[in-house]
Ligand binder design. Structure first.
Ligand code: PLP
Length: 259
């Protein structure tokens, strides 16, 4: 999308040793007079990293009062296992410069309903409305009614699912750490785990393909998300504990035979 608009995307590495947070000094060094938009995503897909309140403030300081907008994708904001969600939109001076994105797919398991929303200045909303109306027309009215029900209804299922994802994360990360060549940190949010597989000696894409072919377990190569993903795989724990345990067993058996 950035390329399409004639811009050039500048990636920043997320640091495994910081639980997949970013180095704010590095971010500051990448901001130039050409910078128009900074895209943040926390909790993060694919790493499960979460920016804490201090880090968000540090990022805001690095941006300062430049004429730079922030696109903040906070679709996993209700899926945090440690600490609380904090949005850069809450930092003084950033309300008018932030476009906050959220949706129903994750919080309410309404993936596929094609329903999300943005919070932004009214003058920007006019343009986005024009773009959306002419690109994908509109969200169906009956799915919108379901979205309203999801938001207004009992929220205990959201907390229940977060606890369930945490259980699955704990089991899956512990299991991966017992597999030869895999090492995995505990993600702080979202429902992904992102093991480092460099010690297997395999490239990420080759290993992801081999696991699919050899075990029937589907994961993504870290490189599906950009070059900095080399050395990692992404697993989703949006599946039953029984299936996750089965996946662990199959990967473990496969690595014993092939590594
Ligand atoms: C960070 C992030 N933002 C947005 C989305 C979009 O979700 P959807 O298109 O289902 O609303 C996803 C889905 O994987 C995501 O990981």
């Amino acid at each position: 999308m950035v390329d399409y608009m004639g811009g050039s995307a500048v990636p920043i590495r997320l640091r495994e040793d910081r639980d997949f947070s970013l180095d704010v000094d590095e971010l500051a060094s990448l901001i130039t007079d050409h910078t128009k938009l900074i895209i943040l995503n926390s909790p993060h897909n694919p790493t499960g990293g979460v920016l804490n309140r201090q880090e968000i403030h540090d990022i805001a300081d690095a941006i300062g009062d430049r004429n730079v907008m922030v696109l903040s994708d906070e679709i996993y904001s209700r899926l945090i296992f440690e600490g609380e969600h904090f949005s850069i939109m809450s930092v003084p001076g950033f309300k008018d410069r932030t476009i906050l994105l959220d949706g129903f797919s994750k919080t309410y398991a309404m993936t596929g309903w094609r329903m999300g929303y943005g919070v932004m200045r009214e003058d920007l909303a006019t343009h986005i409305t024009r773009l959306m109306t002419n690109s994908n027309s509109c969200t169906a009215s009956f799915t919108q009614v379901a979205g309203v029900e999801a938001m207004r209804g009992d929220q205990s299922s959201v907390d229940g699912m977060r606890a369930e994802f945490q259980r699955r994360r704990d089991v899956f990360v512990a299991g991966l750490n017992r597999i030869k060549g895999f090492s995995c940190r505990l993600p702080k949010g979202a429902f992904y785990v992102f093991p480092n597989i460099t010690k297997t000696g395999w490239k990420s894409k080759m290993l992801a393909d081999a696991l699919l072919e050899g075990t029937g377990v589907a994961c993504l190569s870290g490189t599906a998300f950009g070059d900095f993903g080399e050395g990692y795989l992404r697993f989703s724990v949006a599946n039953s504990l029984a299936n996750l345990n089965k996946a662990l067993e199959r990967i473990n058996n496969w690595t014993k035979r092939n590594l």
